[in-house]
Design a protein around this ligand. Structure first.
Ligand code: MF3
Ligand code: CO
Length: 242
């Protein structure tokens, strides 16, 4: 899982260098898939099904502006001032990695910058709670408090998750909740913690393509995700380059 998550981080680092006005999201998807295959790994999202959905076509999710998550890579051209959330899942030898970041495209305005900052901070506030002896919803509550104190809202309908030999495992890790509830954290547990934060309403809807999740009010949304292991009593981020 260290390896698969390192690859996830490498992909996000590579993409970070290429995100600029004029680039299409399918170009970023190709870049990601090439790197993943070069590492002897499999893009975990490609062909993924949820319920009876069509198989997910991309190696990454590329979600622009009011798109929360699960945006399908395509011919959309990134524009100055956009924000782009990229999520990538990796299967390396049967072990999964999962990580996401939101990038500014060129120069973005101050409020949008603040959305990214608060969402990133919320992820790290949540990670700090991922210690053995704590409860899953300690992570959830800390994320919710950080976001709502800033005047933003956490998406309710999508959640973080356990990860290991499958992309999605128990327990669910919501970005809202009550401290002291949910599963008790133990050493060795690996969680994908992933706040999705909306400037406006927390409500979302599904686009006509059947995959892309949009904010209900059309306002901006950001997403950051790390896979972390609870070890020696505290959280260690796996989705990083050593
Ligand atoms: N990255 C999402 C998660 O963290 C899963 C995306 S599945 C896909 O849970 F099929 F949409 F890619
Ligand atoms: Co995830």
């Amino acid at each position: 899982m260290r390896e698969s998550n390192r690859i996830a981080c490498e992909v996000l680092d590579l993409i970070e260098k290429q995100v600029k006005p004029g680039v299409t999201t399918i170009e970023l998807d190709t870049l990601a898939e090439d790197h993943i295959r070069l590492c002897g790994a499999i893009p975990a999202f490609k062909g993924y099904r949820q319920g009876n959905s069509t198989p997910y076509p991309g190696s990454i999710c590329a979600s622009v502006n009011n798109e929360v998550v699960h945006g399908i890579p395509g011919e959309r051209v990134l524009q100055e001032g956009d924000i782009l959330s990229v999520d990538v899942g990796i299967n390396k030898d049967g072990f999964f990695g999962d990580s996401a970041r939101t990038y500014p495209v060129g120069k973005i305005d101050a409020e949008t910058e603040r959305l990214l900052k608060i969402t990133r901070e919320a992820l790290f506030v949540g990670i700090a709670e991922a210690r053995s002896g704590n409860y899953v919803h300690d992570i959830s509550a800390s994320i919710q408090e950080h976001v709502e104190r800033a005047g933003y809202n956490v998406v309710r309908e999508l959640v973080g998750h356990g990860i290991g030999r499958s992309l999605h495992e128990e327990p669910a890790v919501p970005n809202y909740g009550k401290r002291g509830t949910g599963m008790k954290l133990i050493d060795g547990l690996v969680l994908a913690i992933e706040p999705m934060v909306n400037i406006g309403t927390f409500r979302v809807k599904v686009a006509k393509d059947g995959w892309t999740i949009l904010t209900a009010d059309g306002r901006l949304s950001a997403h950051y995700e790390h896979s972390v292991i609870v070890r020696n009593g505290e959280a260690e981020i796996l989705s990083k380059v050593a």
